[in-house]
Design a binder for this molecule. Structure first.
Ligand code: ADP
Ligand code: MG
Length: 677
């Protein structure tokens, strides 16, 4: 199977190159280049077909074909065919040679697009007995460059002839039997050349399971390796110490907070390395959990780092963590990009000798010249990925700290176990007591005067508000609201209040200044671009107005909405939107329907598909050949459970029945040699 494709009859050097550009170099690659859909070429009654649908019909030729030429080298062949008692006009473009193959009275099979009103089938193909094209389901492949679907199909057929009997089964009999799966060789054959829809279904079922199982095995393997490769740093702390921390909190933890904290503390106290994802909706109270973990870590004599995506958030976390940790004489510092040279040097030195217990900063924190005395815990907040790359940097520095990864973007379960399959997951699925759901309304832009009135009422009550605009400057192409204009407009409309302005072009210290003014209620209304999107916590703010809301994705809208509803008072979110698209309308509908982040994320996934869920940069999702993690989520769950069981079983590591599977995984550089002894 690892033979180069050139060993397939008919593939020369030129074609080899072409195939290589499609990522196909070996026979195995070619055989595993599966069709992405199938065209149904089964003959069907014409009345069952929809207008404009592609259909295959069989009928009797009712007129001599007539051939016309037009343009340069263009031709059109028309012939009347009696199909199911209806006289249908069949039209073939640029296939003049067909005239010789069609004779009055012949029974022919044609495939093409049906114009139901004019009873015409056009743009199609004629199927004669001589054709090698298969009856029934015809596979459609993604192709590139000079490789055409028909050529590819021919090579695959040839490859199956030459190498088909060398396809080895990789799944153990136990799994094949349990799920009654088709064997691998037959599966590959059926996926390319299905005998009938039922066989194809079984082949797909098998390949989906295989693909997801292999993927989950890989994830579980990584998880095992991450946990066990080198001994982690066990943190010793006492129950009493944890108690003391709790007693200083201004509120009791929710049940969910208590549960996840216990999970985290168990990890910290064990010799395994923690690699844990903490999910909790906006406002569910993740910061205090981070604080508790950092506290315990420090008590055990280790330093901690908290990484956040923006400086504003870093600043804010510094305040929250200081409040939590100061009473215990633990030193929290912020390594800011805008810090003065002297200040920075002091922090770096303090870090090196272990005087600083917790360091907060953006990603730069684990990079250039930042050396910890004894780093024991890294927490990231509101980042979709604390990537493999960052972990590698840490490892290169010789530290393998516990890692806690916090996110407020509720990740649908199927995506979570796909993208984060190598992590343990903790979920805060409960809000602190007394929270009222944010009252969310969808408003048309012409309702702005009423919205301003509403803002005035809320501000008069002493509350604060955010107004979000998508971009900071006029753009000719996009008809978006200009934050600076909105600021001017609101300043005029609300003369008794201080209106602040925040956008990405401000310097870090300007941003910090505006944010502080807002946090201390000297700025009453903040006009901002999406820089306030994540993490910012000003409980006195009760209104969130979002301009051009249709331009945002659901996850982002939910994040923005999460900035309000953080205190006791009823909060409001007003979505100013005039969506033209159905998706836009649906999005607004969902936002007004639910404030539950998990429900919302599931619906977002349905609307946008998994590829878009994380945004292009941070997808981190594998490209499956046949599986679809949304449609096949049940199989995904099963595969995950099976993979967990497998790697715990001795048979998997030693048994003969699993040899092929181990070999396959080894080839994928998932297993390393010594693990197999
Ligand atoms: P997020 O999970 O979005 O990061 P935060 O940690 O910022 O949420 O918490 C939101 C607000 O809820 C903060 O003001 C925090 O002090 C408060 N809070 C957190 N936990 C509780 C609790 N158990 N009871 C009451 N208030 C809480
Ligand atoms: Mg937060």
């Amino acid at each position: 199977m690892n033979h180069p494709v050139s060993e397939i009859q008919g593939i020369g050097p030129r074609m080899m190159e072409q195939l290589e550009s499609m990522g196909i170099t070996t026979v195995q690659d070619l055989l595993e280049h599966f069709p992405f859909r199938y065209e149904d070429h089964a003959v069907r009654p014409i009345i069952e077909a929809q207008h404009e649908e592609r259909i295959t019909v069989r009928g009797t030729v009712h007129s001599e074909p007539s051939l016309g030429f037009y343009g340069r080298n263009k031709s059109r062949l028309t012939v009347r065919v009696l199909v199911d008692g209806l006289l249908v006009q069949a039209v073939f473009f640029n296939q003049p040679y067909l005239k010789r193959q069609i004779h009055l009275g012949d029974v022919i099979t044609i495939n093409g697009k049906l114009d139901k009103h004019r009873l015409m089938i056009s743009g199609g193909t004629l199927k004669t007995k001589k054709d090698s094209v298969q009856e029934g389901l015809e596979p459609v492949y993604s192709v590139k460059g000079e490789v055409k679907i028909n050529t590819l199909r021919k090579f695959i057929r040839q490859a199956i002839q030459q190498f088909g009997n060398q396809v080895e089964e990789i799944l153990p009999p136990q799994l094949l039997n349990t799920y009654r799966l088709m064997d691998r060789a037959e599966t590959i054959k059926q996926l390319h050349f299905p005998s009938n829809p039922e066989k194809l279904k079984q082949a797909k079922r098998r390949m989906i399971y295989e693909e997801l199982l292999l993927f989950q095995l890989k994830m579980q393997m990584f998880r095992k390796i991450e946990r066990e490769a080198e001994e982690g740093q066990q943190k010793n702390f006492t129950k009493e110490a944890v108690h003391e921390f709790m007693e200083k909190l201004p509120f009791p933890l929710t049940n969910a907070q208590n549960r996840v904290l216990k999970e985290i503390l168990t990890d910290l106290g064990s010799e395994y390395r923690m690699n844990r994802l903490l999910q909790g909706d906006v406002g569910s109270g993740k910061t205090v959990i981070a604080g508790a973990a950092l506290y315990v870590n420090a008590k055990a004599g280790f330093q901690g780092a908290l990484m956040v995506p923006t400086e504003i958030l870093a600043e804010q976390h510094k305040e929250s963590l200081k409040a939590l940790l100061d009473p215990f004489d633990l030193r929290v510092e912020l390594l800011s990009g805008s810090a003065k040279v002297k200040e920075r040097r002091e922090i770096l030195e303090g870090l090196k000798i272990g005087k600083i217990h917790v360091l907060i900063g953006t990603h730069a924190l684990i990079q250039e010249g930042v050396d910890f005395h004894k780093l024991g815990l890294v927490i990231t907040d509101e980042q979709h990925r604390f990537g493999v790359e960052q972990r590698r940097i840490l490892r290169k520095k010789g530290v393998r700290p516990d890692v806690l990864f916090m996110t407020a973007t509720p990740i649908p379960r199927t995506l979570a176990i796909t993208a984060f399959g190598d992590m343990d997951v903790s979920i805060i699925d409960e809000m602190p007591k007394g929270r009222k759901p944010v009252d969310t309304r969808w408003a048309k832009p012409n309702m702005l005067p009423r919205i301003i009135e509403f803002l005035e009422k809320q501000l008069t009550k002493g509350h604060q508000a955010y107004v979000i605009c998508p971009l900071i400057e006029e753009s000719e192409k996009l008809d978006v609201q200009n934050a600076i204009d909105v600021h001017t407009q609101l300043t005029q409309a609300l003369p008794h209040f201080n209106i602040g302005l925040m956008h990405g072009r401000l310097h870090a210290d300007e941003k910090e200044h505006v944010m502080n003014e807002f946090a201390e209620n000297r700025v009453h209304l903040l006009v901002s671009t999406t820089v306030v999107e994540v993490g910012v916590n000003v409980p006195n703010a009760t209104v969130m107005v979002i301009y051009d809301a249709e331009r945002f994705g659901l996850a982002q809208l939910h994040q923005l909405r999460g900035r309000v509803g953080r205190g006791e008072a009823q909060s409001y979110c007003i979505l100013l939107a005039d969506p033209k698209s159905d998706v836009g309308k649906e999005r607004m509908q969902i936002m007004t329907d639910t404030t539950d982040g998990f429900e919302l994320s599931e619906r977002d996934l349905e609307l946008r598909g998994p590829g878009d869920f994380f945004g292009s940069k941070q997808s981190g999702l594998p490209n499956f050949k046949v599986a679809d993690i949304v449609e096949d989520y049940r199989v995904l769950e099963v595969a995950r459970q099976d993979s967990v069981k497998l790697i715990q079983a001795e048979a998997f590591w030693k048994g003969e029945a699993y040899e092929k599977l181990r070999e396959y995984l080894k080839k994928q550089v998932v297993l390393n040699e010594e693990k197999l002894d």
